[in-house]
Design a protein. Structure first.
Length: 135
């Protein structure tokens, strides 16, 4: 039952994200950029370096927080807070580079809306406990 709920929530978030992006593109006249599906899509070399630094530090921090939760008995909320922090940091860095260095600076609006939708969906799932219902 967990995977059915998870797939349904992911599908809903994906559809909402597509609809919001389409509406923002039409309203703000933002050109569509061609991106590879599983590509990093870095704006420039500095963005690539900063992005990899964020990925490496987030991996190290998540390993440490997992260790603290499992061995030391800290709250699972520590992992959630760390994940949300790095998620917000990643989208903010991407939006800043799109705004300053991209050929299409309005693209940052779409990036920020996507990040906001994903963050809001995570908060809603956690707040309303949509995935796991204990008997």
């Amino acid at each position: 039952m967990f995977w059915i709920k998870f797939a349904f929530i992911v599908l809903i978030v994906f559809v909402i994200n597509i609809i919001v992006k389409l509406l923002l593109r039409k309203l703000l006249k933002i050109e569509k950029e061609k991106k590879s599906f599983f590509s990093y899509n870095h704006i420039n070399e500095l963005h690539r370096k900063i992005d990899w630094a964020i990925r490496i530090t987030s991996t190290i921090v998540l390993i440490v927080t997992n260790t603290l939760v499992i061995i030391e008995g800290y709250s699972i909320n520590l992992i959630i807070i760390a994940m949300i922090f790095y998620f917000v940091l990643d989208y903010t860095v991407r939006a800043l580079f799109e705004c300053k260095y991209s050929q299409n600076p309005k693209q940052y609006i779409l990036t920020m809306s996507e990040g906001f939708i994903f963050l809001l969906s995570i908060v809603i799932v956690i707040y309303f406990d949509l995935l796991i219902k204990l008997p």
